[in-house]
Design a binder for this molecule. Structure first.
Ligand SMILES: Nc1ncnc2c1ncn2[C@@H]1O[C@H](COP(=O)(O)OP(=O)(O)OP(=O)(O)O)[C@@H](O)[C@H]1O
Ligand SMILES: [Mg+2]
Length: 397
C-alpha cells in the first residue's frame, strides 16, 4: 500500500484521483491554497505512516508547486512528486529541476491515470528500499539479529526473548526486541509485558522519522531490554508495510547496539524486507524431518535471493537423542554447523507461561546454558566464543 497526498482545490480532480487509485492505496487531499502551505505543513500530515507520493493538482500555480516540490525533494528524496498539468517543454524543464518525477495529463482517461499512479507507487517503494540500503552503508549500526524458522512452534520466540534479555545484560539498555510476527506475535506475553504502544504506533506518523518519538513507544523490560510488541489486533498487520518495517528496524539499529527480531514462521514479505539489514540470522530448527527440510529449503531460497546475513547460527531445539536423528544428520542436511543445542525441558513452557525468560530467572537448566552460549556468540560479533571446535559443544542429552 502507498500513501498519496494530493494538493488540490479542484473537487473534480480530487474525485478522479480517488476513482483511479487502485485498491489498497490511500489518498488524502490537502485542500486550501498550495501557496499557503510550507513543506513542513505538507509533510506533517498524518496519513497513518510516511507519505509515499505527493501530487500537485492542475489548479496549483507553477510558482507554488515549483517552490514546494524543490523543498520537499531536497529533504525527502524518497518521496515521489507528481504534477498534474498539460505537458509542455517549458513545464517539463521546470518540473525536472524541482524534482518532479512524473507529469500526468489531468485530462487523461481513468486507465492512464491509474497506471501513472501505480508507477509513482512503485517508484516510491523502490526509493524507500534504496534509502534504507543506502543509509545502511553510511552510518554505524548495531547488530540486527533475525530469529527465524520456516516451521512454526519450534522456539523462535523462546530464543529471541532470551537473546534480548541476555544481550541487555551485556549492554544495559542496549537491546531492543521487535515482534515481527505481526498477526500472532507473543513477545509481550513471553516477557510478561502489557505494552501501552505497539509496532503499529511505531510505523505511523512522526515516530517513523523521529527517534525520540519512536523510543517513547518502546516498552521497558526489567532486564534492561526494550520491546516493541506486535499489534494488539491481528487485522492491524494489514496496515503495516514491509518497507516501513525495514525503515523502523534501520532506525532502531542506529540507536541500539542490538536489535533482535522475532519473526513469524516462514519467509514472508516482512522477513525478506528486513533481511537486507540483518547482520545475524539465528535459525531455530526442531529435531524432526519436516523442520530440518523446511530449514534447508529456507536457506536455499535466501541464497538464491542473495539475502543470507553475514553470520548464521543454527539452534537445534527440542533436541532428543531418542528422535532417531543425530546432530550430524541435521548438519549434513542444512550444510551449516549446529552451534547451539537446546534439549527438551519442562522449565521452558513454565517460563513461557510465567512470562519470565529463562535468562531472566537465572534458573540453572541445560536450555539456559545453550541460550547463554548463543548470547555470547552474538555479543562477540557473531563468532563462536571459547571452543575452536564448535562441534564439541553440541552433545545431545
Ligand atoms: N526446549 C524446549 N523444551 C520444551 N518446550 C519448549 C522448548 N522450546 C520451546 N518450548 C515451548 O514450545 C512452545 C513454542 O515455543 P515458541 O513460542 O518459542 O515457538 P515459536 O517458534 O515462536 O512459535 P510460533 O511459530 O508460533 O511463533 C512454547 O510453549 C515454549 O514454551
Ligand atoms: Mg513465536
Amino acid at each position: 500500500m502507498s500513501r498519496f497526498l494530493a494538493l488540490t482545490t479542484s473537487p473534480g480532480f480530487e474525485q478522479r484521483l480517488v476513482l483511479s487509485l487502485a485498491a489498497g492505496h490511500e489518498v488524502q487531499v490537502l485542500s486550501g491554497p498550495a501557496g499557503h502551505q510550507s513543506p513542513a505543513d505538507v509533510l506533517s500530515r498524518n496519513l497513518g505512516g510516511p507519505i509515499d507520493v505527493v501530487i500537485f493538482g492542475p489548479d496549483v500555480s507553477v510558482e507554488d508547486w515549483f517552490a514546494l516540490a524543490s523543498a520537499i525533494d531536497a529533504e525527502n528524496p524518497e518521496i515521489v512528486l507528481v504534477l498534474a498539468a498539460a505537458p509542455s517543454s517549458e513545464l517539463t524543464l521546470s518540473a525536472v529541476r524541482s524534482g518532479i518525477r512524473d507529469i500526468i495529463d489531468p485530462g487523461a482517461d481513468a486507465h492512464d491515470l491509474t497506471q501513472a499512479l501505480e508507477r509513482a507507487a512503485n517508484t516510491a517503494a523502490s526509493r524507500r528500499q534504496a534509502s534504507v540500503a543506502g543509509a545502511r552503508e553510511e552510518q554505524p549500526r548495531g547488530r540486527v539479529v533475525s530469529v527465524m524458522s520456516p516451521k512454526g512452534g519450534v522456539g523462535k520466540t523462546t530464543v529471541s526473548t532470551n537473546l534480548a534479555v541476555g544481550l541487555a545484560r551485556t549492554v544495559p539498555m542496549g537491546a531492543v526486541i521487535v515482534d515481527l510476527d505481526l498477526q500472532f506475535g507473543d513477545v509481550g506475553s513471553g516477557l510478561g509485558l502489557e505494552p501501552a504502544h505497539t509496532i503499529t504506533d511505531a510505523v505511523r506518523g512522526s515516530a517513523a522519522s523521529d527517534s525520540m518519538v519512536l523510543k517513547a513507544f518502546l516498552a521497558p523490560h526489567p532486564s534492561g531490554a526494550y520491546a516493541l510488541c506486535a499489534p494488539l489486533r491481528p487485522a492491524e498487520a494489514d496496515l503495516i508495510e514491509p518497507a516501513h518495517v525495514a525503515a523502523l528496524v534501520h532506525q532502531l539499529s542506529l540507536e541500539f547496539p542490538y536489535v533482535v527480531l522475532d519473526t513469524s514462521p516462514g519467509l514472508g514479505d516482512v522477513v525478506l524486507a528486513v533481511l537486507e539489514l540483518a547482520t545475524d540470522a539465528v535459525w531455530v530448527c526442531g529435531m524432526d524431518i519436516p523442520s530440518i527440510r523446511g530449514l534447508n529449503h529456507g536457506l536455499e531460497v535466501l541464497r538464491q535471493l542473495d539475502l543470507m546475513p553475514p553470520s548464521s547460527t543454527v539452534v537445534l531445539n527440542f533436541a532428543d537423542k531418542r528422535s532417531g536423528l543425530t546432530v550430524k544428520d541435521v548438519e549434513a542436511t542444512v550444510g551449516l554447523p549446529v552451534e547451539v543445542v537446546l534439549p527438551h525441558s519442562r522449565a521452558v513452557p513454565f517460563s513461557t507461561n510465567a512470562g519470565v525468560p529463562m535468562l531472566q530467572s537465572g534458573r540453572r537448566d541445560p536450555v539456559a546454558k545453550g541460550l547463554g552460549a548463543l548470547v555470547a556468540k552474538i555479543a562477540a560479533g557473531g563468532t563462536v566464543v571459547g571452543a575452536r571446535n564448535s562441534r564439541r559443544r553440541v552433545a545431545v542429552s
